[in-house]
Design a protein around this ligand. Structure first.
Ligand SMILES: [Zn+2]
Length: 93
């Protein structure tokens, strides 16, 4: 985990080969090879910044937040969940 608890590109690349990306506000979707993304952006690139980097959405740079395109990763939760199954961790507040 990086600063802010963000999932890093390298962590994901260690668990999956591809990453699916979809936008909830337009029809953009795509599938990226994680090895390629790591080569381009580095292992320390946070997933939270990946959407704006990859998505070629028409409104991704809209100034009003509610108008901005909202990119998400449909399989991300599943990839992370699979990992937590094999290496259980306890979360305490
Ligand atoms: Zn979009």
């Amino acid at each position: 985990m990086g600063k802010n608890g963000a999932i890093l590109l390298g962590e994901l690349a260690a668990r999956a080969t591809h990453l699916d990306i979809e936008c909830s506000r337009c029809d953009r979707k795509g599938r990226y090879r994680l090895a390629k993304l790591v080569a381009r952006l580095g292992e320390d690139f946070p997933m939270t910044d990946l959407g704006t980097e990859l998505a070629d959405c028409p409104r991704r740079s809209a100034t009003a937040h509610h108008e901005r395109c909202d990119v998400f990763y449909p399989k991300l939760a599943q990839i992370i969940a699979d990992d937590q199954k094999s290496t259980p961790t306890k979360h305490t507040l």
